[in-house]
Design a protein around this ligand. Structure first.
Ligand SMILES: [Cu+2]
Length: 399
């Protein structure tokens, strides 16, 4: 469901609501003034009631003609006026000096936001990751995709100008914020603009409203309107998301479920469990799994058998995997790639990704818990799919 049609966040939204209402009532009145008399006259002059020779031949009626010309002209000009003034409000960009200009890029199939440099010269770039649904040869979805849960953070009571574009060679997109009643095409190689200014702190949905392909519906994002001091505290930092309870951000979800008491996120520090962004697996962990196998995570592939590699091969593989699979792949990795894939990404969730905290790994770890050489992680079965994809996206972005 699209949220937000019952909220009205901006001046433009109020204009458009008003224009819509006036258009609706005037259209209904004009419709009734034509259709009701038509039914009445059809009934009154029905064949069984009137003979042709009884009907007078009226050539014209000046008063009536003036009325039915002037009244619709005036009412339609009223419609035009409200539509026109709303359009002027929506299309006239505010003074750039008194506004914040943010670059928006729509590409297959995600939104990215780039802010101007802050006082330390740091440039926030947000948004990105999502996973495409996987289809078999008949086009049947065998694995659901996940929506990106990126957000555009903006201060309240401030003019925000969006400079929107798409990479050359991409397709058309459309940046649509139902609560703000704003929608504008995003065109490869061209810049289109929208602006808004809202007095309501809160979260608003962003959708791609261009339906010329199957995956625009995954281009989901949010606008989070913050109090000014919170916005500027975040803007002038290099944090990925503002501090505070922004219910749907990956950072806030990790906080909310207490993950951060056992996992460091952006530092290398090992608390109880592994750091969730800077590394995936240590050499010792990989060796442990190679030697002992593992069967706890509930992947479609089932069990990881022990002894897939031994001795120097095992050492070499473990070092390679722990190093994030950079550089030349040791030939012995062939023993692993049949299940984990050439790139170690787990072949669409059939086996764990060895290189990233993807949605499948998070989902399986949270569902089943994890017992490994570092310790025991309890299961968190109540973390929703939406939250999991937000965590995955957050971890992907800060990597
Ligand atoms: Cu799109």
């Amino acid at each position: 469901m699209l949220e937000g049609f019952n909220t009205s966040g901006t001046i433009i939204a109020e204009h458009i609501n008003q224009a819509l209402e006036i258009n609706l009532w005037i259209s209904l009145a004009l419709f009734a003034s034509v259709v009701l008399p038509m039914f009445y006259l059809a009934w009154k002059y029905r064949e069984s009631n009137v003979k042709d020779e009884d009907i007078e031949n009226i050539t014209h009626n000046t008063l009536l003609e003036i009325v039915w010309t002037v009244v619709p002209t005036i009412t339609l000009f009223v419609c035009f006026w409200y539509g026109y003034t709303s359009m002027v409000t929506a299309r006239t960009m505010p003074d750039a000096d008194k506004s914040i200009t943010i670059d928006v890029e729509g590409s297959k199939w995600k939104w990215r936001y780039e802010y101007p440099a802050n006082e330390n010269g740091f440039v926030h770039k947000l948004g990105g990751a999502y996973t495409k649904p996987v289809r078999d040869e008949n086009g049947v979805v065998v694995q659901k995709g996940t929506m990106g849960l990126s957000a555009l953070y903006v201060p309240v009571d401030t003019n925000i100008i969006l400079n929107m574009t798409a990479p050359i060679g991409d397709v058309l997109h459309s940046f649509f914020v139902p609560a703000f009643r704003m929608k504008e095409d995003v065109v490869p190689g061209r810049i289109t603009k929208q602006w808004f200014n809202t007095t309501n702190i809160g979260e608003y949905e962003v959708e791609c409203a261009e339906y010329c392909g199957t995956d625009h519906s995954y281009m989901y994002s949010r606008i989070v309107v913050l109090p000014k001091d919170e916005y500027y505290a975040w803007f002038n930092s290099s944090d990925d998301t503002p501090k505070g309870d922004y219910a749907k951000s990956g950072d806030a979800i990790l906080q909310k479920h207490g993950c951060k008491s056992c996992h460091a996120i952006t530092s290398d520090k090992v608390l109880v469990g592994p750091t969730l962004s800077t590394r995936r697996l240590t050499k010792e962990q990989v060796l442990d799994v190679i030697n002992n196998g593992q069967n706890k995570l509930g992947y479609a592939m089932g069990e990881m058998p022990a002894g897939m590699a031994t001795g120097a091969d095992a050492e070499e593989i473990a070092a390679y995997v722990a190093g994030g699979m950079q550089g030349t792949q040791p030939a012995s990795f062939a023993a692993c790639s049949s299940c984990h894939g050439e790139d170690g990404k787990g072949q669409y969730g059939t086996a764990p990704s060895l290189v990233s905290y993807d949605v499948d790994l998070l989902r399986n770890v949270l569902k089943h818990g994890k017992k490994g050489m570092m310790g025991t992680m309890p299961a968190f079965p109540y973390v929703s799919d939406e939250e999991i994809s937000a965590i995955a996206q957050y971890l992907e972005n800060i990597k």
